[in-house]
Design a protein around this ligand. Sequence first.
Ligand code: ACM
Ligand code: ZN
Length: 493
Amino acid sequence: MQKTKPLTASELLMPLPRHLEEKEGAFRLHNGRTVSFDPLFAGVGDLATEQLSCTIGGEDILFKRTDSLGEDAYHLKVGKTQIVVKASEPSGAFRGLQTVRQMALANDNIIPCCMIEDEPSFSWRGFMLDTSRHFFSVDFIKKLIDVASMHHLNRFHWHLTDDQGWRIKVEGFDKLETIASKRTLLNYTDGRQYGGIYSDEDILEIQQFAHRRHMMVVPEIETPGHASALLAAYPEFGCTQGPYEVQDRWGIFDEVMCAGNDDLLHFLQKTIAKTAKLFTDPYIHIGGDECPHTAWESCPKCKARMEKEGLASAKQLQSWMTSEICKMVEQEGKRPIGWDEVLEGTEKRGLPPSLIVMSWRGDQGGIEASDRGHDVIMCPNTAGCYFDYKSIDSFEEPGNIGVTTIQKTSEFNPIPKSLEKEKRSRILGGQGNLWTEKVTSSRLAEYMLFPRLSVMAERLWNPQDLPSVEKRRASLEKKLSKLDINLYRGKST
Ligand code: ACM
Ligand code: ZN
């Protein structure tokens, strides 16, 4: 009988490690295997017992502490009788564990012998989930975080508010739950509703789950546009006082937060304070994209604000709001992030230097932001970062207008080609985004995300000189299937 060639580490891994030496033989993982760890890595060791089905005691798998490796860096040696992960920080030990887990899942617990020295190129390796257009359960979000963390991703950007639903509670504003979190489904004639809101306990559960996997959680409270759900509950926060509705259609709506209304600012202050308290990581995303100024132009309050603040245009008024909201975020000890529209209308107030710009309409926003001294996260919809787009250009494929092929994602580099060398350190990294207008279920969300998010993770870990993704599609499909992910299996181009 002809023996098939055993698969090697380089055929099993995504992201591919920075330095990899293949060796002869394999380590066989089975239920009798044991794990030991330096006390610093107790959390990772505990997770290893779950993810590799081993027990604490012996040293079949060993997590050792070493000096002088970077935060996410690790060294891994897989021998025939022992696996050793060395790291300086728990996050590095965790990445080492995920590399072992990937090989075990992709190759029926036969882990090929190898030596790996690995570390990431970028500190921001993220994915965004829109939970407003469609609502996703706590269990599903945890599942996504787990699979994302297996690919060394470390930021979960959680889009919590939009026109079609508000998903976080704020004390004293009960109508966020009773009105803003639900929409009437207009495709039915019986008035049925759709929605949901995350309780504080839900959020804490997700955050704890993410932190155990060395993933930060970045909440987004969208301002000042995409606010129909909020306005439906509190029409006094809009320019015309409504009535407004929680939208059941998709697009950009003229109803936005009134920039002249101090009560609205007070509400935002409370919302940001609440968000800052509940989410313990350093960032709050404040939105800023796609905000029409139609309502502001005929609103006496907005006009009065412009006059008082000496603002010459509606764009400057939006920028004034951005500055005010950034101040609120900073007062709560957090760092603000905004979509690239925050770069507009800044003649009067400038932009708070700490604001991180998320470049989504191509890479121009990222280039301009880094020119202006801001840190940048890249997720251009033109360069393979939008996973709400179809995987191939076919009417039979689910997804929004736009196409993001696997091939396109595999060519993504967070550093824009034209960016001068000295500005490159401003690019913190990038992320893949899943807007969910057309993503009606968690199974469909999985299909839109995978394998494109796996490919994105590799570009964020180390985009240099990578071999083709195509050769690793089969092992990727195998490991994702083992985790019960409903993935896209079609063409890459
Ligand atoms: C966006 O895609 N509107 C940020
Ligand atoms: Zn107004």
